[in-house]
Design a binder for this molecule. Structure first.
Ligand code: SAM
Ligand code: SF4
Length: 452
């Protein structure tokens, strides 16, 4: 009944605004860049809009409502956001009824300044600031409610994938010197353990088989909650949900990850053997300037401990090259670390000064763009060789894949150790566990055949 009323309301709005195309529904388009947290928040907003009667559009130009979920972690991401905002300015000139909302890390506390720069934007709201979105919706007559944006929402469609992203802790208390995130996402706030369990139970009832728990630093989970449950406690609680097959989480912090968590990954069967453990640099002086609060000695002890306790573990890391003052020798330390650790995946990025951060205030960005590019290329070349060797060891082996969808005529999914696997088969494998015999490997993915 509620749903019918909401759809009628949306149809009325559609008529008032002279909506597009032949449809009698208002359409939304969500443009998302950046981290998994942004993707999770976009999914939440999409689910909410679906449930109040909006329909997803296939592009900006088919939409009545556009939401940009932005990232400004590096200048390159910010440039894409600014480019898209420019494009939308033109679109709004042509279609004045188009509504544009902006969220994500572009939105800082000074929304007045952003409004001045982007007068064509109807609403700017900070990541996760749903009360702002709801208040705006009320003014427009769009019946967005907290209940629909909240977790454990029960009348929202689940996307066709069997995998769901679940934010468990918002914000970050760490203030790494280069990073803008704590300034845009605020301090850490954990979600109550029971609330997360109820949300996952509901999602599993609607067909979800794998969850990824998200936080800028999942090792901080629970420190601000009564009784201080931690991530290991949460993993144990979630693992007792019947029909939930796999649990992942990211990102860990090398200064905080502890033995209790490592032992839990080793012993709880539903928790997949994969960790994202960003090192950022292989040199103690650079790590100090980055304010990472661990040393190479700590990292060099941690990784073998993890590998001893969880022999099947796959490890990903993040590296920044060209941090202010990084000498050739210090960069070589990062390269040697990668050779020594042999990570499965390395996300490498060139240092990008972010106004407002400690590094941007205190250090000169004195490594040229050419040198940063050379260093990035060296890392990528080395890592491609390492990943190629690691993955080639899977040739002829059988891996279990949870099938997430189809791309270019092939099924794809991930192994427990987070390897992307493709296979061809006429059957309907969506959401199924498939045993795949690996026939071909590359640094980035695997290809195989179903074992029936
Ligand atoms: N919380 C995670 C951690 O502790 O590493 C990562 C979150 S951060 C948003 C994602 C990645 O972006 C970082 O691991 C880092 O490598 C990269 N990054 C953040 N700020 C950057 C900057 N100013 N320049 C280049 N890369 C940056
Ligand atoms: Fe940024 Fe450091 Fe927090 Fe990660 S831990 S989000 S890099 S401040």
């Amino acid at each position: 009944m509620l749903k019918i009323k909401q759809e009628t309301k949306i149809k009325q709005l559609y008529n008032q605004r002279g909506g597009k195309g032949n449809s009698t529904m208002l359409r939304y388009f969500i443009w998302t860049i950046g981290c998994q947290m942004n993707k999770a928040e976009s999914q939440q907003i999409a689910g909410c809009l679906d449930s109040v009667g909006y329909r997803a559009a296939i592009s900006f130009s088919n939409a009545d409502l556009v939401i940009l979920n932005t990232c400004v972690v590096r200048q390159s991401a910010e440039n894409k956001v600014l480019g898209t905002l420019g494009l939308l300015k033109g679109l709004k000139n042509k279609h004045p009824h188009l509504q544009i909302l902006v969220t994500g890390c572009l939105v800082d506390s000074d929304t007045q300044e952003l409004k001045r720069r982007f007068p064509h934007v109807d609403l700017l709201f900070k990541p996760g600031d749903y009360p702002e979105l709801i208040a705006w919706g009320q003014k427009q007559g769009i019946p967005i409610q907290q209940r629909l944006l909240g977790y454990a929402r029960n009348d929202v469609r689940v996307a066709s994938s069997p995998c769901a992203l679940i934010p468990i802790i918002q914000g970050c208390d760490n203030f790494c010197s280069y990073c803008i995130v704590p300034y845009r996402r605020g301090r850490e706030v954990s979600r109550p353990l029971g609330e997360i369990v109820r949300e996952v139970e509901e999602l599993v009832r609607r067909g979800i088989k794998e969850i990824t728990l998200l936080g800028q630093n999942v090792d901080s989970y629970g420190h601000d909650l009564p009784g201080h449950p931690d991530l290991a406690d949460l993993l144990n609680a979630l693992s007792s949900i019947d029909d939930l097959l796999r649990i992942r989480f990211l990102t860990n912090h090398p200064k905080d990850i502890n033995l209790k968590l490592i032992d839990t990954v080793a012993s709880v069967n539903k928790v997949c053997e994969h960790l994202e453990l960003p090192v950022q640099a292989g040199d103690d002086d650079i790590l100090r300037a980055m304010r990472r609060e661990y040393t190479m000695e700590r990292y060099r002890e941690l990784v073998p401990t993890i590998r001893r306790k969880i022999p099947q573990i796959s490890l990903s890391t993040d590296i920044i090259v060209g941090f202010p003052g990084e000498t050739e020798e210090q960069f070589e330390h990062s390269l040697s670390l990668l050779k020594e650790m042999r990570f499965d995946v390395v996300h490498a990025a060139a240092y990008s000064p972010r106004p407002g951060t400690i590094a941007c205030r205190e250090y000169q960005d004195n490594i040229t763009a050419e040198v940063k590019k050379e260093r990035l290329d060296k890392i990528e070349e080395l890592q491609a060789a390492i990943a190629s060797e690691i993955n080639s060891q899977l040739q002829g082996k059988e891996v279990e894949v949870l099938v997430e969808g189809r791309k270019k005529g092939k099924w794809f999914g991930r192994s427990r150790s987070n390897k992307l696997v493709f296979f061809e088969d006429a059957g309907d494998w969506l959401g199924q566990l498939a045993r795949i015999q690996i026939e071909k490997t590359s640094p980035w993915s695997l290809k195989g055949e179903v074992k029936k």
